[in-house]
Ligand binder design. Structure first.
Ligand SMILES: Nc1nc2c(c(=O)[nH]1)N[C@H]1C(S)=C(S)[C@@H](COP(=O)(O)OP(=O)(O)OC[C@H]3O[C@@H](n4cnc5c(=O)[nH]c(N)nc54)[C@H](O)[C@@H]3O)O[C@H]1N2
Ligand SMILES: Nc1nc2c(c(=O)[nH]1)N[C@H]1C(S)=C(S)[C@@H](COP(=O)(O)OP(=O)(O)OC[C@H]3O[C@@H](n4cnc5c(=O)[nH]c(N)nc54)[C@H](O)[C@@H]3O)O[C@H]1N2
Ligand SMILES: [Mo]
Length: 764
């Protein structure tokens, strides 16, 4: 029998557990930076790269979307995890055609994600022909022709799916959507569908723009910063520097999280001398250890207390003038709030009344409040409600549209926000399509396309589709890994534009193609000379990014050049666009963007200004482009997540040594977990009730509408986490997340809440 590819290989691990760290960053972070970078590249490349990250003439860190301060640190404006991201890309290891001759696809699929990633950079286009066991080399021209032919043979363009991960530059993203729409579909799912889509939906409905409203400078003058469902010490380490400045200027911080994340407790800034020798700065003033998905009842309880205080002292608590002039819906909102039962809310949140009162007191005192959040709020069935409830709190306090206050959804991928601005969206607004039609002289399709989950289901439902990915690792990042694998294997062709080898190259359609591309750190030479690209950070600032390293291979193409090659091979003479000309000089792409997308006037000139330029943001100026023309209060019900006997809530989180599905290393230093990833964090009392000891292995089963999914062999770790709550790492636990378990409206997979049960390990 033909050996099958492993979808989720399981390695034997010798996991070591210590106490969680008390302080984030400091000297251990510097040591870790050096060990990761020096093991991947030589000292010269290492220093050259680290010092040009996020500098004004350097490249944008591919690590995350946190903005750069005006004053850049001379020690390099990067963090430990940004350095790991760079080391991963600037590694000196290479994957050559010989590598693929030596290792069959089945063999590679049995390697861990860690080992796949450490194999090095992809260097030449490769094809896996139908029925073949090994990838073989193919020329760019032949690869484009194969893909073009497959696309043109589909019954309808809607049988093709074009995924984007969030590292793609504005220029590449714009060209990509232009090609896809000229080809004839809006099937443009992206990683945002699994990430901040709930934020986009909630903020658009309530405030009129799907982005945050604060700038970095606002942190420095805020009275209070509330951080919900986010772990910046690992995922946005440079945010800790902003929090450090805010704290020194007198701001208070409330943290809402089921886990006491080290970075939010204490921080030693490695970019200052004091971070090397001092004892560090305390970040959180009040930690509310909420149950998983307990945020709505918690915020409601706080707002109920605020309302009681306002009743006692009218006009002293709420910003009545702001509410009157700038909002709608406050009556229905207050009606619902008054009728809430405080004790019940506290129980649902898992927070004591005393702590809720302490939080309320801090909010009462604060005039300028910033709320920050990430996946802990968005990846829930009620993800949209979670964020709308956060907006309600800001509106009551008039904490939006003034310095030091507003919304801060902290984005993930370094250009995920820019990609959406560029039109990577399965549901493009008609105004965008109208401008595209006018500027680019073609009729874009109007019907909405598939988002990520819908795309998986469409591929599973019908054989013979074509799946194309601009970056990312679709198989491992999406939910329900076994189901998604079948969906991809059902395709006639799957294509990945990638820098590094990952599991999506190994679990493929009948045929598969790998197109290797330049990374951020590398020089991009085109016909008219050296090019730069631009990106939009989490706070709406568009700035340029230019690589300085010699490309990993002379055969790599830039993402814009790949899109152009594909467009010419697929559309042939049916395109009104001069693709060749556009990629000869990216200024021409930016000219086109300027014609189509509002806010990009004088793009070429302004993007060359130091620090870039800021995109228009209504809420920042007190303008709310909603259906009522004002900011909207909303009524968000308390979620109910019943547990059957023996069940727990499970959230999937990131360790300190990973970037999504890229596994940099096997440690989660801050949480005290070393040398392995198949772990489950549990409350010690729950363990006792379940007759489990630390170090026991368990098999996990998820329960959803009568469907069962299993994942074997996770090591139990006793951890400071609320009762009934557990945590595992993404992507190991993605097999347990049902494809139909998605957020209302945003369709984001509920990666932070799945019901599971556990049995002592016996499977496999
Ligand atoms: N180094 C590194 N940097 C990254 C990434 C990476 O993988 N590695 N990924 C990037 C991407 S794409 C993204 S989207 C971001 C992700 O950044 P985060 O959202 O910080 O990442 P997660 O690990 O998913 O962490 C979610 C946090 O939410 C908490 N949480 C879970 N459920 C709940 C809940 O119901 N309520 C509350 N209040 N909290 C909850 C968890 O305990 C955890 O602290 O980071 C980006 N930056
Ligand atoms: N269970 C669970 N699932 C989740 C999440 C979770 O918290 N829990 N988080 C979700 C979130 S927030 C996100 S954003 C998604 C992430 O989903 P994706 O964006 O699809 O996944 P990544 O792991 O970031 O993609 C990594 C791959 O991108 C490629 N790559 C890196 N740099 C470049 C580049 O410059 N160009 C190109 N073309 N390719 C490049 C490399 O080949 C690398 O292997 O996962 C989601 N999945
Ligand atoms: Mo993300």
């Amino acid at each position: 029998m033909k050996k099958l590819c492993a979808i989720t290989p399981i390695e034997d691990e010798d996991i070591r557990i210590t106490k969680p760290a008390k302080v984030a960053a400091g000297v251990p972070a510097v040591m870790s930076t050096l060990s990761h970078t020096l093991s991947a590249m030589n000292v010269r490349t290492c220093t050259k790269t680290l010092f040009s990250i996020n500098q004004k003439d350097g490249f944008d860190c591919p690590g995350c979307a946190w903005p750069d301060p005006k004053e850049r640190s001379s020690m390099g404006e990067y963090c430990e995890n940004g350095a790991k991201a760079i080391a991963e890309e600037a590694t000196s290891r290479r994957i050559t055609p010989d590598f693929f001759k030596q290792h069959s696809v089945v063999e590679l699929s049995n390697w861990s994600d860690y080992k796949l990633g450490k194999s090095g950079r992809l260097t030449v286009p490769m094809i896996l022909k139908p029925g073949a066991t090994h990838y073989e080399e193919i020329s760019w021209e032949a690869a484009f022709a194969e893909i073009g032919e497959a696309l043109n043979s589909l019954a309808t363009p809607n049988d093709a799916i074009f995924y984007t991960s969030g590292r793609t530059s504005n220029e590449a993203a714009f060209l990509y959507q232009l090609f896809v729409r000229q080809y004839g579909t809006n099937n443009l799912p992206d990683c945002s569908n699994m990430c901040h889509e709930s934020s986009g939906v909630a903020l658009s409905e309530t405030l009129g723009i799907g982005k945050g409203s604060v700038k970095l400078e606002d942190f420095y003058v805020a009275d209070l910063i509330i951080i919900l469902g986010q772990n910046p010490g690992t995922n946005h380490p440079r945010m800790l520097s902003a929090l450090e400045i805010a704290k020194k200027a007198g701001a208070k911080v409330i943290t809402i999280n089921p886990l006491p994340e080290t970075g939010l407790i204490k921080f030693k800034n490695p970019q200052h001398l004091s971070g090397w020798v001092g004892s560090g700065i305390s970040i959180t003033d009040l930690f509310l250890q909420v149950k998983i998905n307990g945020d709505v009842p918690l915020i409601k309880a706080i707002m109920h207390l605020l309302w009681q205080a306002e009743e006692k002292n009218p006009g002293q608590v709420f910003d009545q003038a702001f509410i009157k002039n700038n909002t709608t819906g406050v009556e229905a909102f207050l009606e619902d709030l008054k009728n809430q039962d405080l004790e019940l809310l506290a129980a649902q949140a898992g927070i004591s009344l005393a702590e809720i009162k302490a939080a309320t007191e801090m909010i009462l005192q604060a005039d300028k409040i910033i709320t920050c959040w990430a996946m802990g709020l968005t990846q829930h069935k009620n993800g949209v409600h979670n964020i709308k409830e956060v907006v309600n709190l800001l509106l009551l306090k008039g904490s939006i549209g003034k310095p030091g206050a507003g919304t801060c959804p902290v984005r993930g991928h370094s250009n995920v926000q820019g990609d959406r601005t560029m039109g990577i969206w399965e549901k493009p607004p008609s105004s965008f399509l109208d401008s595209l039609q006018e500027a680019c002289h073609f009729e874009p399709p109007r019907a909405h396309g598939h988002d990520t989950v819908a795309a998986i289901k469409a591929m599973a439902a019908e054989p013979g589709k074509v799946f194309f990915a601009m970056g990312g690792n679709f198989l491992s990042a999406t939910p329900d890994t076994e189901y998604t694998a079948k969906a991809l294997q059902n395709c006639k062709l799957t294509v990945q534009v990638s820098t590094k080898l990952n599991r999506s190259h190994l679990i493929t359609g009948k045929a598969a193609i790998i197109l290797p591309c330049l990374g951020r750190t590398e020089v991009d030479e085109q016909q008219q000379g050296r090019q730069f690209v631009s990106v939009e950070n989490s706070m709406g600032i568009v700035h340029n990014s230019q690589g300085s390293l010699t490309p990993a291979s002379p055969h790599l193409k830039s993402e814009p050049a790949i899109v152009a090659g594909l467009a010419m091979a697929t559309l042939k003479d049916k395109t009104p666009t001069d693709w060749q000309k556009l990629i000869g000089n990216y200024d021409l792409i930016r000219d086109l963007i300027e014609q189509v997308i509002p806010g990009f006037d004088n793009y070429n000139q302004r993007v060359r200004n130091e620090g870039g330029f800021y995109l228009p943001n209504g809420p920042r100026e007190g303008k709310f482009n909603t259906t009522t023309g004002k900011a909207k209060f909303s009524v968000n019900p308390v979620p109910h997540n019943p547990l059957q006997a023996g069940e727990f809530w499970m959230m999937t989180i990131r360790s300190h040594d990973q970037f999504n599905t890229t596994i940099y290393g096997l440690d989660d230093r801050y949480r005290g977990i070393f040398n392995g990833r198949r772990i489950i964090l549990m409350n010690a009392e729950d363990m006792e009730m379940a007759d489990l000891k630390e170090g026991d292995f368990v098999d996990l089963t998820s329960h959803f509408r009568g469907e069962l999914r299993t994942a074997p062999k996770f090591k139990v770790i006793a951890y400071d986490i609320p009762r009934q709550c557990t945590a595992t790492y993404f992507p190991e636990a993605n097999v347990l997340i049902p494809v139909d378990s998605i957020a209302d409206k945003s369709h984001t997979p509920t990666s932070k809440l799945v019901n599971i049960s556990l049995e002592k390990h016996t499977l496999r």
